[in-house]
Design a binder for this molecule. Structure first.
Ligand code: FES
Length: 171
């Protein structure tokens, strides 16, 4: 559940917008930054803070790949599956990555280190086939690069939130 501090920050954030509803996405980032993901109880707290139905919050959480409604690993790897990346071999890349980590897209490794998410276009088509490794765009990726990408990812602090209580910004 969200701390009072985060709820207060969300209420404060709402004041920055003409309509408080516009603060919903950054508020979800704040919540996810605290809890690590957005379970139904947290979605209910957000809905209450915005005076909206919880189904609206749920719709947003499940629409955007950047929000997680179940726990994810320390490192999140989004593999783009959209057209440009598909034409340049992302399917093979995803299969190979899944096989290395012994998980399927949407799953987390048993040691909690990695989650793989098959994503829609991540707006870096010029780097196709590409992946978002925590907050870093990586690409074009060759299958032979995967081991090193995993080694480098493990050295990092893990998937960040673009909105934090400290006002920090990643990426
Ligand atoms: S299609 Fe992969 S980044 Fe756009």
């Amino acid at each position: 559940m969200l701390s009072q501090k985060t709820i207060e920050a969300i209420l404060e954030l709402q004041k920055s917008y003409p309509e408080k509803r516009s603060a919903l996405i950054p508020a979800l980032h704040l919540a996810q930054n605290e809890v690590g993901f957005l379970p139904p109880g947290v979605q209910a707290q957000i809905a209450e803070a915005f005076d909206i139905d919880q189904t609206e919050v749920h719709a947003i959480v499940t629409f955007y790949d950047m929000f997680y409604d179940k726990p994810v690993g320390k490192h999140v790897i989004h593999v783009c599956k959209n057209l440009s990346c598909m034409l340049r071999g992302c399917d093979r890349l995803l299969t190979s990555l899944c096989s290395k980590l012994q998980i399927k897209p949407g799953e987390t490794t048993a040691d909690g280190q990695f989650t793989i998410i098959a994503s829609e276009c991540l707006a870096a088509c010029d780097r196709a086939p590409m992946m978002l490794v925590d907050d870093a765009v990586v690409g074009p990726v060759q299958e032979a690069d995967l081991d090193q990408i995993l080694v480098e990812a493990k050295k990092g602090p893990g998937h960040p939130s673009p909105v934090t209580l400290e006002g920090g910004s990643h990426g």
